[in-house]
Design a binder for this molecule. Structure first.
Ligand code: ADE
Length: 265
């Protein structure tokens, strides 16, 4: 059955112009996943449709009120926290205070039936929403966006593209085969040394035709047809890029003797 996303936001229109491209759009069109947006202002009770208020204790900025958020959650039939089976249904707040959103988190969400994404705004959200409605908080990176909407779209995109039946994934709802196909690069038996962020290394460089463009030739090895050499070259470049840009991803225990030689360790 389809993975359902519920997005709670004060800017529902944002999501009608994002998630409309490529494999994600295709997955939503074919019903592999569904995205429902809920306007928090529809769950206010005052004339001005107020969703925020001043912080207790003083200070800068405004805080999202708890009432519209809990009212929306109730209306959507979101299971109250003590009874919620978070393997099936999970409520996530997008905030720079959250734990890092990673490929591993996306793989977990892809196994869920319903993912509720709460988009924070202003200077914060009433803590009782975090404590009594949310299962976890996620951040998409160490920078501050003006709201959680862009982060929610990133979570939907990264998760949907892993679902069985989405272009490039095995069309299977079986967990084992899905677990493998969800990480295509690592699971593909024909490319044992292929790398991707999911495999722990950054990607290697890619080239397509023409073989020479404005005097810039592709690396000879890629046109040579020696697949052992090509794999080795790609592994070298992946290790090199990872060492340069993300040394934090290089785990000693994942390196082969060959890798250590390449890195000069
Ligand atoms: N809201 C604002 N900044 C964010 C971030 N970096 N990740 C998730 N939600 C956010």
């Amino acid at each position: 059955t389809a993975l359902r996303f519920d997005i709670l936001t004060i800017f529902p229109e944002f999501f009608s112009s994002v998630l409309c491209y490529g494999v994600v759009a295709r997955a939503l069109q074919t019903g592999i996943a569904t995205v429902h947006t809920t306007d928090l202002r529809d769950f206010t009770t005052d004339r001005h449709r107020t969703v925020d208020d001043r912080p207790f204790g003083g200070g800068e900025g405004m805080v999202l009120k708890p009432e519209p958020i809990f009212a929306a959650a109730d209306a959507l039939g979101i299971t109250p926290k003590p009874n919620r089976d978070t393997k099936r249904e999970t409520v996530i707040m997008l905030t720079p205070q959250g734990r890092p959103f990673t490929q591993a988190v996306a793989r977990t969400l892809a196994l869920t039936e319903r993912v509720v994404l709460l988009c924070g705004r202003y200077e914060g959200v009433d803590q009782r929403v975090i404590d009594h409605l949310c299962d976890r908080q996620l951040s998409i990176g160490d920078y501050v966006l003006s709201g959680g909407e862009l982060a929610a779209a990133a979570v939907v995109d990264a998760t949907v593209r892993l679902l069985p039946g989405v272009l490039g994934n095995a069309d299977s709802s079986h967990y084992e085969s899905f677990g493998l196909s969800a990480d295509g690069a690592a699971a593909d038996a024909d490319t044992p040394l292929a790398v991707s962020p999911a495999a722990g290394l950054l990607d290697y460089p890619h080239y397509t035709r023409p073989a020479e463009f404005r005097g810039w030739a592709i690396p000879d090895v890629l046109a040579g047809g020696n697949h052992t050499e090509i794999r080795r070259w790609r592994r070298e470049r992946a290790l090199e890029t990872t060492l340069q840009n993300r040394p934090d991803l290089l785990r000693e225990e994942d390196l082969t003797r060959e890798d250590r030689k390449i890195l000069g360790k």
